[in-house]
Design a binder for this molecule. Structure first.
Ligand code: TRP
Length: 336
């Protein structure tokens, strides 16, 4: 019956340790990641090499790398089931990125919308890493022969370029990489800013009231939701769009209720009551995560042991792919 045990599909995803993670990261990514861990062979990475494409304070980058790992685990990601590691611990990422740079065109990188946005925001630091960011991301994905990449809608263009690079390499040499697909999960919705609901909720926003941090305490969460922008209507309906639709999404994501159920529940109630209720359910969902985080972050030895075995597991797969790539492009290999 051995033939019946189908090989699990491979999933890869990553988050940058460049700031404190938000409710958007939790509902849009992390919660989804932990649902996927039983069905797939998952690699979840802390992408510190991507983070330095914008200026980072070295000490806080170092601290946040471990904090990001602790948030992953506190959110329900099980280190026994998935491979958790730090990008810079597996040097194959940098090595494959170089080779893939030579299969990527200047023109296609110039068209990336995230590069255009980020260079507009960081005019004084438009470095080459910011430009080749998508190539490193392609290397992340392709090293593991990834089938599916769970990402938010803003990252779809990066998956497309990874596919283009992989196809080009496969055509130039011979089939080497699995062509990855984006995976937009059920709970993988976009959580928007609380103060400007047409913008994505972002940890790098200057206005701290625009986002909820996973580690915010209950009072802070309730306060921020009280200040959330709604609109000039008075009934809680999804079709009002903007701030209200976003709050409904958050409410339903935290409670598992449908939009219709939530609308019914708040019939005849005002925005004030509704915002308070959203704050409550949000604080309730984040509370266990925060508690677990507080425990984990004290245990550096445990976190480091996970990163150590994660890097070993990831390396095994990564160097298998890198070896193949080096052979195909014609790098001379010495006998062992
Ligand atoms: N660019 C992604 C982001 O900012 C992070 C990332 C880096 C990533 N490498 C990845 C996501 C590989 C998925 C797969 O959100």
């Amino acid at each position: 019956m051995a033939g019946e045990t189908e090989k699990k599909k491979i999933i890869f995803s990553g988050v940058q340790p460049s700031g404190n993670l938000t409710l958007g990261n939790y509902l849009g990514a992390l919660k989804n990641w932990s649902i996927l861990q039983d069905e797939y062979n998952c690699f979840y990475c802390v992408v510190d090499m991507h983070a330095i494409t914008v200026k980072q304070e070295p000490a806080s980058l170092r601290r946040r790398t471990l904090e990001t790992l602790a948030v992953y685990i506190a959110s329900g990601i099980d280190p026994e089931k998935v491979t958790l590691f730090v990008q810079s611990h597996v040097s194959a990422h940098a090595e494959l990125a170089w080779v893939l740079n030579c299969s990527t065109m200047f023109g296609e990188l110039s068209r990336m919308t995230q590069f255009k946005d980020k260079s507009a925001k960081n005019e004084s630091n438009i470095n080459a890493g910011l430009f080749t960011y998508p190539v490193l991301m392609a290397a992340d994905i392709l090293l593991y022969q990834t089938d599916l990449v769970p990402v938010g809608a803003d990252q779809k263009q990066h998956i497309e370029i990874a596919r283009d690079i992989a196809e080009r390499f496969n055509n130039t040499y011979s089939p080497t990489f699995v062509i990855p697909e984006p995976y937009i999960g059920k709970t993988g919705m976009r959580i928007m800013s609380l103060t400007e609901p047409d913008k994505k909720m972002s940890k790098s926003d200057e206005n701290a009231n625009s986002y909820i941090l996973i580690l915010d305490d209950k009072d802070t969460i309730i306060k921020k939701f009280k200040r959330a922008v709604t609109d000039s209507n008075t009934v809680v309906r999804y079709e009002n769009g903007g701030g209200i639709a976003n709050l409904l999404n958050i409410y339903c994501s935290c409670t598992g209720k449908t939009i219709e159920e939530a609308e019914k529940e708040f019939e005849g109630k005002g925005y004030g009551d509704f915002k308070l209720a959203v704050g409550e359910v949000c604080a309730d969902s984040l509370e266990p995560v925060r508690q677990k985080f507080d425990e984990l972050i004290k245990d550096t030895a445990y976190l480091e042991s996970i990163l150590k075995s994660g890097a070993e597991k990831a390396s095994r797969q990564a160097y298998k792919t890198l070896d193949k790539v080096y052979r195909k492009v014609g790098f001379y290999k010495l006998p062992r």
